[in-house]
Design a binder for this molecule. Structure first.
Ligand code: PHE
Length: 356
């Protein structure tokens, strides 16, 4: 009996040690202490021993049982701890991952529309030209055929620079017509987007606003080309198969003949739909470059001719995206920008779509 208990004890402790998980460990426990377990059997068989051996054997059975139970509990605690560790490892959370889509900055509608207009004219072969925000009387007025003291100067509500009589904040991007014709030889085909300034402020006028200028100079370009070019532009910009335009006679000192261009539209109480309806809405000024302007930059009007146009970018943004008040453009209100702004990664192209 004593030998049998010794080897049973060894077997049981080895089995406890070998148990790989809690389930296996419980099987070992049942195999020893269950109804038909090996230790239960050993305890039962004590009754068959002669009384003088029984006592010693009983003590030994209890010893083996205690050692086994202690080993069992220790192993159980062990296995539980490593099961918890394994679970924690499996459920690891990478705290550096974003928990929700990152808030992203927005592009201002003026920048967006500037990109859209540039993309359209770039497709038609126009290059982008630039000029300074502060310019002189020559580029802003004189070279553009505004004679000194001419009343047309007053229509521009000009900001003058204190202490610099000849400097102004440019009242239009037409200054870039002059700069380009002075710097480059024709044929020319440029657009010039940029900031412009006039002393005026209400729901549709801001003292600082944006224009894009267009200029084409070569030997044969005529008014028909101007109209066709603007029609192509309007269809592309308003993203419609048809965006009918109307040219109304007008006056600018630097173009002759001059026209203002309206786009067909329909106004309802809530919205303005461009391209259909019975109403007309002015979108830009244009005309054939005045012979005096060509002379002012040293071009012979008998050899060179072309057209120019200028439109308000802010106004185009209001029209296309239904923004009612121009002043809100420059209030830097984050809620406004979240509502009217554009996702910066969507670059406007004429092939992939201007705005998404
Ligand atoms: N410069 C004019 C304006 O600011 C627009 C214009 C540009 C008109 C070019 C004709 C030709 O109103």
């Amino acid at each position: 009996m004593a030998d049998r208990l010794d080897s049973l004890s060894g077997e049981l402790l080895a089995a406890v040690d070998a148990a790989a998980d809690l389930k296996a460990l419980d099987d070992v426990r049942v195999a020893a202490l269950g109804k038909k377990g090996s230790l239960t059997d050993a305890a039962k068989s004590l009754g068959q021993l002669p009384p003088e051996e029984r006592r010693e054997a009983g003590r030994r059975v209890n010893e083996v049982k205690d050692a086994f139970t202690a080993a069992l509990n220790a192993k159980k605690a062990d296995l539980e701890a490593s099961a918890l560790d394994a679970r924690l490892m499996a459920e690891t959370v990478d705290v550096t991952l974003p928990v929700r889509p990152q808030p992203m900055g927005r592009l201002h509608p003026v920048g967006q529309v500037m990109e859209e207009i540039t993309a359209i004219f770039a497709d038609m072969g126009f290059a982008v030209a630039e000029g300074p925000d502060i310019d002189d009387d020559f580029h802003n007025f004189t070279a553009l055929n505004f004679p000194p003291e001419h009343p047309a100067r007053d229509m521009h509500d000009t900001f003058f620079i204190e202490g610099h009589k000849e400097l102004v904040l440019r009242t239009h991007t037409s200054t870039v017509q002059i700069r380009t014709m002075l710097a480059q030889k024709p044929p020319l085909r440029i657009i010039a987007p940029g900031r412009t300034f006039r002393c005026d402020s209400d729901a549709t006028h801001s003292p600082m606003f944006h224009q894009v200028e267009g200029l084409v100079i070569d030997r044969t370009t005529h008014m028909g080309h101007l109209k066709g070019c603007l029609e192509d532009f309007a269809r592309a910009f308003f993203e419609r198969d048809d965006a009918p335009l109307r040219l109304r006679p007008s006056f600018f000192p630097f173009t002759e003949p001059s026209a203002e261009v309206d786009v067909r539209c329909r106004r309802t109480k809530e919205e303005l739909i461009v391209g259909e309806g019975d109403d007309w809405l002015e979108i830009l000024g244009c005309g054939m470059v005045h012979p005096n302007v060509l002379r002012n930059v040293g071009l012979d009007p008998d050899e060179w001719q072309g057209f120019a146009f200028g439109m308000g970018i802010d106004r185009m943004a209001m029209l296309k995206y239904g923004i009612p008040d121009l002043r809100t453009f420059f209030e830097t209100d984050l809620r406004w920008l979240k509502h009217y702004g554009f996702v910066p990664l969507d670059t406007p192209t004429t092939f992939a779509g201007l705005a998404r």
